[in-house]
Write a protein that binds this ligand. Structure first.
Ligand SMILES: C[S@@+](CC[C@H](N)C(=O)[O-])C[C@H]1O[C@@H](n2cnc3c(N)ncnc32)[C@H](O)[C@@H]1O
Length: 298
């Protein structure tokens, strides 16, 4: 415990030290409080997700998500250089280039098809699935010269495993399940399509890392943009983004237009993977969003 010896001649200095001490104590208290609240919110979100997944309450949001992505794939031009997509696939999966040749790969929530196309170029047999007809149309066009490429319109939440004659060497799902409103169900549906000894890759939005101010700034900016654009049309949203974020229109539209954007803790995702029989669970890059590769053991 601290004790103070306040002498008259020394009073100014002592007050100075006392107030410094109080400011530091307050800062420490605030830090602990924020940490406590973040943990509470994270736990509550997890619980809420479990409860909501048992209800039908999310159906309207899911429909809106589909409409938003359809708009996005029709109106926001976005072509990633295929070499960049290939580079990212190798980096995120930590698999060798040669591994992909003649492998069966399912690209779930394939969007405009940038990764499907890259897998085709790596020599894989690819099934692209998405809820958005516009996205699938673009993907189909992009991959039209690859005879082993197929498309299937489906809602990840309504997967009927018996619809598939096969299981996959890699189920790739980049930036999708956090938009579905029932990420756990989406995950379970795709996890069962992985072959024994095959892989699942997931990119899932992460909660801010506690010491990273840039994570909080980024998420607060998205939240602000979502709020001010909440009740306007997709066309108007796009105009606002075009005005303010000329260099990354697709990225910003992607971040603010879907109605459902859940953030996950690493622990929650790791739990899911373990429960579904995955091993060698790795985060392959150091970023807020989780880039995860895991192997199916059973
Ligand atoms: C952020 S985009 C990512 C697209 C692609 N994976 C990429 O990285 O370029 C999310 C995609 O998930 C799709 N999606 C969202 N909810 C879905 C659902 N319930 N079932 C199937 N696809 C869904 C959207 O239509 C959209 O194309």
């Amino acid at each position: 415990m601290f004790s103070f010896d306040i002498r008259t001649s020394d009073r100014k200095g002592t007050f100075y030290h006392m107030s410094r001490w109080m400011i530091n104590m307050n800062k420490k208290l605030m830090k602990e409080k924020i940490k406590f609240l973040e943990n509470q919110i994270s736990n509550q979100s997890e619980l809420l997700r479990k409860l909501l997944s048992e209800t039908d309450i999310l159906n309207r949001s899911i429909e809106t998500t589909k409409i938003n992505f359809n708009f996005q794939w029709r109106n926001v031009q976005y072509f990633e250089d295929v070499e960049k997509s290939i580079y990212n696939i190798l980096k995120y999966t930590q698999l060798l280039r040669e591994w992909f040749s003649r492998k069966d790969i399912m690209d779930v929530g394939s969007g405009n098809g940038r990764f499907s196309y890259a897998f085709c170029r790596l020599g894989s047999r690819v099934l692209s699935t998405d809820i958005s007809p516009e996205g699938l149309k673009n993907t189909s066009e992009l991959c039209k010269y690859f005879p082993h490429h197929k498309i299937l319109k489906s809602n990840i939440l309504d997967f009927e495993p018996l619809d598939y004659f096969q299981h996959f060497d890699l189920v790739w799902c980049y930036g999708v399940i956090h938009h579905t409103g029932n990420a756990y169900k989406a995950f379970k549906n795709i996890a069962q399509l992985v072959k024994k000894n095959g892989y699942i890759f997931l990119m899932v939005y992460g909660e801010p890392r506690q010491e990273r101010i840039e994570d909080y700034k980024e998420l607060n900016e998205y939240e602000f943009l979502r709020k001010i654009t909440k009740n306007i049309t997709s066309d108007d949203k796009l105009s606002i983004i075009r005005h303010y974020h000329k260099s990354n229109i697709h990225g910003y539209f992607d971040a603010i237009s879907p109605v459902i954007n859940e953030l996950f803790s690493w622990k929650e995702l790791e739990d899911w993977l373990i429960n579904e029989g995955f091993v060698d669970i790795k985060r392959t890059i150091n970023s807020r969003n989780h880039h995860i590769i895991a192997k199916k053991e059973r």
